[in-house]
Design a protein around this ligand. Structure first.
Ligand SMILES: Nc1nc2c(ncn2[C@@H]2O[C@H](COP(=O)(O)OP(=O)(O)O)[C@@H](O)[C@H]2O)c(=O)[nH]1
Ligand SMILES: [Mg+2]
Length: 335
């Protein structure tokens, strides 16, 4: 079964058409499908439209969040309510074309876990298109997952993927990156993109800046989340060593002047003193921060989150099927 999740924020004019187009697109699939519209604190009539739709079409469900929690939260709410083993996210503004759904499904069936859309010919104003290119290049370089359009609203993935990654903040655009980091097979297909017909865009410079901050978080979570000390500690150790060497050198000079009678001058006026002290302090700071982070991971980190199981066979498979696969399991780390 396919579950289509539609995050909605002030898109009342588009919903009827979107619903019709999704039904048309999926009619040919010969597969059950459901649509979950998540109204994320819209101030227009979006919720009324969703209620009308769900009254008319039993495959439509609606969820109304109490206030605006953001797209990632809305998607999470929708995914939790979804009953399908395949999940598709689509923008509510009619810019994403539901007619692409069958092609994305076919791609997934070739043996992928995540199929990301790629707006090959993007029909948005230049001040959205160019920053977006920079963003995609940055994400592809930093995370190592080369996709042309990380931000695309059209994403299709298996329910297991959704069960293993936690979305919050603006992390929805990193679903492919987070999935890739867990070993899921990720690919992309070019999709048709249409200009916005109703309402206005919700994404401006402010949300864009948050995207970059989230990139840092994602890099940290996927690269060092298990061992924060490996990055913080490495950095701290380096700084501390630099500061220590500087202070050792200054100590030698002090001894030269005060004990051995040489004339090296006072050390209090040397800029190196300030630099060395700052480096040593910062280094010690980063090291202890790293230890603190390790402590957090050790106590709260769940075994289920440190790896991802693709399949099981034999008696262990029967054992595992008793437990829900995403339930937090007992930690084996000893602390
Ligand atoms: N749930 C929810 N959806 C949002 C929010 N902001 C935007 N969206 C939805 O995300 C989709 C893309 O937003 P849009 O403003 O078109 O971004 P753009 O295509 O980059 O200009 C649309 O379907 C919006 O309704 C939000 O805060 N919460
Ligand atoms: Mg849009």
């Amino acid at each position: 079964m396919l579950s289509i999740i539609v995050p909605v924020f002030d898109e009342e004019e588009s919903l009827e058409t979107l619903h019709r187009q999704m039904v048309e697109a999926c009619g040919t699939l010969g597969e059950p499908m459901e649509m979950v519209f998540v109204d994320d604190g819209s101030s227009d009539g979006s919720w009324n439209v969703i209620r009308t739709l769900s009254g008319r079409d039993p495959s439509v469900s609606g969820i109304r969040l109490r206030r605006n929690f953001g797209k990632a939260a809305a998607l999470t709410a929708g995914i939790r309510a979804a009953k399908g083993d395949l999940i598709l996210t689509i923008d509510a503004d009619l810019q994403d074309d539901p007619a692409e759904i069958p092609r994305m499904l076919a791609k997934l069936r070739e043996g992928f876990d995540v199929v990301n859309g790629w707006k090959l010919r993007r029909l948005d104003p230049w001040h959205k298109v160019y920053p977006s290119r920079v963003f995609n290049a940055a994400v592809s370089t930093i995370t190592g997952l080369k996709l042309h359009d990380h931000n695309c609203g059209l994403k299709l993935f298996r329910a297991e993927v959704a069960g293993e990654i936690r979305l919050y903040g603006e992390l929805h655009r990193f679903i492919p990156v987070l999935a890739d980091a867990r070993g899921f097979r990720v690919t992309e297909v070019p999709v048709n993109h249409r200009p916005r017909r109703f309402g206005r865009s919700k994404y401006g410079v402010r949300r864009f800046a948050r995207g970059f901050l989230d990139l840092l978080t994602v890099k940290f979570l996927t690269g060092f989340g298990e061992r924060p000390q490996h990055i913080l500690g490495g950095f701290g150790l380096l700084l501390f060593a630099l500061g220590f060497c500087g202070l050792l050198f200054l100590g030698g000079i002090w001894c030269g002047t005060h004990i051995f009678g040489a004339d090296f001058g006072p050390i209090g006026t040397r800029p190196l003193l300030a630099y060395s002290i700052a480096a040593a302090l910062l280094g010690a700071q980063a090291l202890s921060l790293g230890l603190l982070a390790e402590l957090l991971v050790a106590y709260t980190g769940k075994e289920a989150e440190t790896f991802s199981v693709a399949e099981r066979a034999g008696p262990a498979a029967a054992q595992a099927s008793i437990e829900p696969s995403n339930a937090p399991q007992k930690s084996v780390k000893s602390v």
